[in-house]
Design a binder for this molecule. Structure first.
Ligand code: PLP
Length: 370
């Protein structure tokens, strides 16, 4: 199979070290070898977010949606009501989960790419006393916007609400400090900014919510967070057969992240995004988000000139060895595509990608740089 340069928001290119972590001997998940993996991994996940020992983590065999579903289905009881803030595809997916489990909620909906206004949020929290939980996505991957996590966390502190954060495309790529941002529960995956492989995900939560997880009436078996926490806390185990190998790969990618240093990793991603954005501007391409302060360190959503057909463009780029994503939802009809700089990429990779992009646009699609 030919190697492709993945410039899409996950899965990402991983190092040989991370790939090699899949080559461990076959082990039984009910053995001390597996328990050693989990006992090393769980505190390391907390380190990524600078969490103190008032937090714990669990690892779920299943992609990010499994962790999001586990959180909402297991922590939203019959007396809870969620204020869900949405401004893109992944906010909508949280809504799908909430609706599927018949959780009471109110939605504060913004246009895709629109920055949530904390005054709107505060007005709702002041008025609707039924709300107990605020949910949102940190990095809305569908547009590349970073939502106002710190401000929303502070509002949750002020009004005594729980704060559930989907940090699936933010963890390892954006600054996130849980005590500073007042995050109660958060979900993440390896196969984006952590630079691991897909198939597992993790939940970090405040220990004082463990009782809530145990007490909430179970709505499912596999994703029941209480079951996951109980066996993880008691013996670093999982309730059902886990993806043993992928959990070892997750451990290696988290070790690699911590060795690079979360701040250095973020700095590297920020630099790569800057190189990519400057290159796009030089080519006369327009970026969807206009305020650099709101742009993620790892995803850039770009307008493809209208006369260029998206599918042909993506295929040409793939033939040249580069994988991008086309826009989701309405962004597709606006001819938007996404370039991500997550995973094992460096400056040279980004510069080379820009050269190929220019060559394809000019050579295959007669694009003229204005
Ligand atoms: C912010 C966010 N939330 C949730 C998901 C869904 O995760 P998964 O596809 O791993 O289930 C994604 C996937 O890209 C995401 O970016």
């Amino acid at each position: 199979m030919e190697k492709k340069m993945l410039f899409a928001p996950g899965p990402v290119i991983t190092t040989e070290r991370v790939k090699t972590a899949a080559l461990i001997p076959d082990i039984c998940h009910r053995s001390r070898y597996f328990e050693e993996i989990l006992s090393e991994l769980r505190p390391k996940i907390l380190k990524i977010y600078n969490c103190d020992d008032s937090y714990t983590s669990v690892v779920i065999s299943g992609s990010g949606t499994a962790s999001n579903e586990s959180v909402y289905s297991s922590l939203c009881g019959s007396s809870d009501k969620v204020l869900l803030i949405t401004n893109g595809e992944f906010g909508n997916r949280l809504k799908d989960i909430i609706e599927c489990y018949n959780i009471k909620y109110t939605e504060l909906k913004y246009e895709w790419g629109e920055y949530p206004d904390c005054e709107d949020i505060e007005k709702i929290l002041e008025k609707d006393k039924e709300i107990t939980i605020v949910g949102m996505v940190c990095h809305e991957t569908s547009t590349g916007i970073i939502n106002p996590v710190k401000d929303v966390g502070n509002l949750c502190r002020k009004y005594g609400k729980l704060f559930f954060l989907d940090a699936i495309s933010a963890v390892g790529g954006e600054y996130l400090d849980f005590s500073e941002y007042n995050v109660d529960v958060c979900t993440g995956v390896p196969n984006k900014c952590v630079s691991g492989h897909p198939g597992t995900s993790f939940v970090v939560l405040r220990k004082n919510l463990i009782k809530k997880a145990y007490d909430t009436k179970p709505r499912n078996i596999y994703l029941n967070l209480g079951r996951h926490i109980k066996i993880a806390e008691e013996k670093n185990q999982t309730p059902n057969t886990p993806s043993v190998i992928m959990i070892n790969v997750l451990l290696e990618s988290v070790k690699e992240l911590l060795e690079e240093g979360v701040e250095n990793r973020i700095r590297r991603y920020k630099k790569l995004a800057r190189i990519i954005r400057e290159g796009l501007y030089e080519m006369g391409l327009e970026i969807f988000l206009t305020d650099p302060a709101q742009m993620a360190n790892t995803v850039t959503t770009v307008y493809l000139p209208k006369k260029i057909p998206m599918n042909e463009f993506l295929t040409e780029m793939e033939n040249e060895g580069y994988v991008f994503y086309d826009g989701k939802g309405d962004l597709k009809s606006k001819n938007l595509f996404q370039i991500a700089n997550m995973g094992n990429l460096d400056e040279k990779d980004c510069i080379e990608m820009l050269k190929v992009l220019k060559k394809v646009l000019i050579g295959k699609f007669s694009y003229e740089i204005s």
